[in-house]
Design a protein around this ligand. Structure first.
Ligand SMILES: Cc1ncc(COP(=O)(O)O)c(C=O)c1O
Length: 444
């Protein structure tokens, strides 16, 4: 399986350079998938290979006809941005392909250092953690640690009844998924009521916890979301930390999307430093390509208690597999490590702040132009809707129009347009264009 390296690398270099150049500008439409590409994508398993340059061209063509979150006007969901240095890091990391399940020499130190940098960036007193495949696995990992601390030995004996987990009604579904996978049961998740800014209500949380304890149940974890997926609301972490401190309940912060903003507006994240565990996705608002999740804890022994084990083919000392959910793990940390090394923390803060400013600017523009707007953005998500119109259809028509790409959110039964700014390539001009295109399509 030898590759024609020189030609392959030269050509790959040209393709990547062309893609990056393209991402500097928005394109006017999202092209449909061509008939020729559809034919290629319908081919049977090739018995013999084709020339690498031709095959790379096919791949690049397919990617060009895909929805790329790297484009500056991709403002849907919570995008990652394919940060250039991160893409190069992936190429390097995958070329060496170390396995971070075990001690992998300097690669293990890179992961540890990138974890420390991440913790320092967001202001969390890290004692342990790991890079993961994303927020979902980070949340499962953290809640597995919470389960074992609350019910020692339960990883072997199974769960007693009455375990209860608390999160806001707007928490990400991965919390429920984690609870299901860990044998706690999603019926035992309390959807804590939220206030008019869609933040968890600490008084309601305290009442629920008190009532459950009085009824003989065992609260296992409280999950505060630091930037909900729906609106970007930040739960009152300090109040949650007070309740956890008073009761001994595990505090987890799901900051998969929003936590990087703690580096620029730390006052809104006060209480984070008291969390037992924290999730943040570098592939969301730290711009690097997917997948680059991070889970951090204040006491590493909690991860070891949940995941430590012995296997006959792995040496007895503690390995990454003794503190993580996954076995084979790529060197995901390298993309964040290189991104910090090349751009520095200051550039990250500046870019995150700019995204926050875009949300504020769009919020102001939309309300000035007769759009109904949702809660004032805590972070970089804006909710806007046109009164009197079918806003779900409006989103569909905007996506079909192709000049900007946004997604929708259904909030209390109403559909809203939900642009989200997490891309360093997005400019103030893109924000204005989004507003103009939304106006155009609404008038049509
Ligand atoms: C708050 C929050 N938590 C968890 C997740 C899940 O992260 P991932 O998609 O990386 O598994 C998301 C995804 O958007 C999220 O917004």
């Amino acid at each position: 399986m030898r590759l024609d390296r020189e030609r392959a690398l030269d050509h790959a270099r040209d393709l990547v350079a062309a893609a990056w150049e393209e991402f500097d500008h928005a394109r006017d439409i999202e092209p449909p998938i061509s008939a020729e590409l559809l034919r290629t994508l319908d081919l049977d398993l090739p018995e013999d290979g084709i020339d690498v340059v031709a095959a790379l061209d096919e791949a690049a063509e397919a990617l060009d006809q895909s929805l790329a979150q790297a484009r500056p006007r991709y403002l849907a969901y919570i995008g990652s941005s394919g940060l250039e240095i991160g893409a190069l890091a992936d190429l390097l990391a995958h070329s060496y392909d170390p396995n971070l399940a075990l001690h992998a020499g300097a690669a293990t130190l890179i992961e540890a250092q990138a974890l420390r940098w991440t913790a320092e960036f967001v202001g969390y007193p890290l004692a342990g953690g790991s890079f993961t495949s994303g927020g979902t696995v980070s949340n499962v990992t953290a809640l597995a640690a919470a389960r074992e601390r609350t019910f020692p030995g339960s990883r072997r004996t199974g769960m007693p009844s009455g375990a209860t987990v608390y999160c806001s009604a707007d928490a990400h579904y991965s919390v429920t998924r984690a609870v299901e996978l860990l044998g706690i049961g999603s019926d035992n998740v309390r959807d804590v009521p939220i206030d008019s800014d869609r933040r968890m209500r600490p008084d309601a949380l305290a009442d629920l916890v008190d009532a459950d304890i009085a009824a003989g149940r065992t609260p296992m974890a409280i999950v505060g979301t630091a930037g909900t997926t729906l609106t970007g609301a930040i739960d009152p972490l300090s109040d949650i930390a007070d309740i956890c401190g008073a009761t001994g309940i595990w505090m987890h912060v799901d900051g998969a999307y929003g936590l990087p903003a703690a580096a620029v507006i730390p006052e809104r994240f006060r209480g984070l430093e008291r969390a037992d565990s924290v999730t943040v996705d570098a592939h969301k608002w730290m711009f690097v390509p997917k997948a680059c999740g991070v889970v951090m804890v204040r006491d590493e022994s909690t991860l070891a208690a949940a995941f430590g084990h012995e296997t006959s083919y792995i040496p007895g000392t503690r390995n990454a597999v003794d503190v993580t959910l996954e076995y084979s793990r790529p060197l995901r940390a390298l993309k964040l490590w290189l991104a910090f090394r090349v751009h520095g923390a200051a550039k990250f803060r500046e870019t995150i702040q700019r995204n926050i400013d875009f949300a504020e600017a769009l919020y102001g523009m939309a309300s000035a132009r007769g759009w109904e707007v949702g809660p004032t953005p805590d972070l970089s998500i804006v909710l806007m809707r046109k009164p009197g119109l079918d806003n779900a259809e409006l989103v569909t028509r905007l996506q079909a129009d192709g000049r900007v790409y946004i997604s929708h959110a259904v909030v209390d039964g109403e559909t809203w347009l939900r642009p989200c700014f997490t891309n360093p390539r997005t400019t103030a001009e893109d924000v204005r264009v989004l507003m103009d295109v939304a106006d155009d399509v609404a008038v049509e």
